[in-house]
Design a binder for this molecule. Structure first.
Ligand SMILES: [Zn+2]
Ligand SMILES: [Zn+2]
Length: 434
């Protein structure tokens, strides 16, 4: 599906379903503006055919008028779906195509939310990544992320260092604390996203930690073998503790192949999905091209478990260990739908199945995984909406990088840009005047 040509600008692009909406369409220079002495015809094609109705038959004429060089369209976009609108100019010489635009109509619940791009899992040079924390944060904005957390192995402090580096700078990217948790004797990797405190210090006294795990394990009913029973109890203890810290507990990359075997054993994976005591499942993890099979397995497992009726919140993450290496960073991320971008909104969004995992490898069309409604919408957003958002973010990311590298004038430039991505999304949603 092609993107709307850049010669046409139109807003809003996302509208409430089953209500009259007005779209303003402008033609960009050097094309002549819309002229009220000409007549225009617009036909709307909903993407989803209704029973027995062919595409051409489902087309509806759209009411139009011209003002101030723009063409205004008034139309009721039926049900939640994408619509293609074909604009033609009618003159003595016949019909002349002006262009096509795409609109997405949303039911009330999703229309009330906004899309945000983010990455829950990545590393800096404070563990085994390449660049320092502040560099990683700036690089995240450069690639269009609205939120991020640095999650170094066994370290919560680097994520705070990234946040502190930009403390005095007005920014729209939301940076959260985080760490990748490895509890003693447990092969399961866990992300503590947003937790007020790190949970690694609880492992310092291993004996005391094992006692806590045993205690937690006694409350868990399962038929795991003793070794796995302990690993499982340790994982559940970590999930509980992360929630206590106010964070989101993520079950990481079970099908990562490490030392000739999957990272997590099959009985442990099965028990994880049986109980669903984690907050989110890393359905798309940060795998290199030769490891893509691991993501295929994680996706297949997700569908298999969903088919059993399980509700499984998901995230997509880069697990990048370098921002400038051309690998992983920006390849995988999450799009979530939330009211705004505070930590409780993000946590609520993921837990209420309003997030999707995106694979966007260089040179390939993006692939989105998750619940059907959100996947369909996310594909539209990735094609029609996010490219302009990402361009705005790139400028901010470059300025963040300049600031971090010592150019303190970048802070005032960032202050001027604050709010620009929100303004853009407000225009897309047609709610800028509310
Ligand atoms: Zn890991
Ligand atoms: Zn990691």
């Amino acid at each position: 599906m092609t993107q709307t040509p850049e010669t046409i600008s139109y807003f809003p692009k996302v509208v409430p379903a089953d209500r009259l909406s007005t779209i303003r369409v402008a033609v960009l220079e050097p094309s002549p503006p819309f002229d009220s002495s000409d007549s225009y015809e617009v036909a709307a094609y909903p993407m989803e055919e209704t029973a027995g109705q062919l595409h051409a038959e489902s087309k509806k004429a759209v009411k139009t008028w011209c003002a101030d060089g723009s063409l205004f369209l008034s139309h009721e976009f039926i049900s939640e779906q994408e619509h293609l609108l074909k604009i033609e100019k009618i003159s003595a010489c016949g019909r002349q195509p002006i262009g096509e635009i795409r609109i997405y109509s949303l039911s009330k619940d999703l229309y009330a939310l906004r899309p945000f791009k983010g990455d829950f899992h990545m590393h800096s040079s404070q563990s085994d990544g390449k660049e320092p924390p502040a560099h990683v944060a700036a690089a995240c904005r450069r690639i269009g992320l609205d939120f991020m957390a640095l999650t170094d192995h066994r370290k919560h402090a680097p994520s705070l260092e990234a946040i502190a580096a930009f403390e005095s700078v007005p920014l729209d990217i939301m940076m959260f604390p985080g760490e990748e948790v490895h509890s003693p004797g447990n092969r399961v990797h866990i992300i503590n996203f947003g937790g007020r405190f790190g949970i690694t210090p609880f492992f310092a006294d291993e004996e005391a930690f094992r006692a806590l795990v045993q205690q937690r394990g006694r409350k868990l009913k399962n038929k795991l073998e003793p070794r796995e029973k302990e690993q499982y109890a340790a994982s559940v203890w970590c999930y509980d503790k992360i929630r206590e810290a106010g964070g989101l507990a993520i079950f990481c990359h079970p099908y990562w192949v490490e030392r000739e075997r999957y990272n997590v054993s099959e009985p442990l994976i099965a028990q994880h999905f049986e109980d669903c005591l984690f907050d989110a499942y890393e359905v798309i993890g940060g795998f290199h091209r030769h490891q893509i099979e691991s993501n295929c397995l994680q996706v297949a497992r997700y569908h298999e478990e969903r088919a059993k009726g399980k509700k499984i919140p998901i995230v997509g993450v880069s697990d990048a260990h370098g921002c400038e290496s051309g690998e992983l960073f920006g390849w995988y991320y999450t799009v979530l739908f939330a009211k705004c971008l505070q930590l409780p909104d993000i946590v609520r969004s993921v837990k209420s199945l309003q997030s999707v995992a995106v694979e966007a490898l260089p040179g390939e069309a993006p692939r989105v995984h998750g619940p059907m409604r959100q996947v369909k919408l996310a594909h539209f957003l990735l094609r029609e909406i996010f490219p302009a958002h990402d361009t705005l973010c790139k400028t901010e990311g470059d300025l963040m990088m300049a600031f971090y590298q010592g150019d303190k004038t970048a802070a005032s430039q960032l202050a001027q840009l604050q709010g620009q991505t929100k303004d853009y999304m407000d225009r897309v949603w047609g709610s800028e005047e509310k």
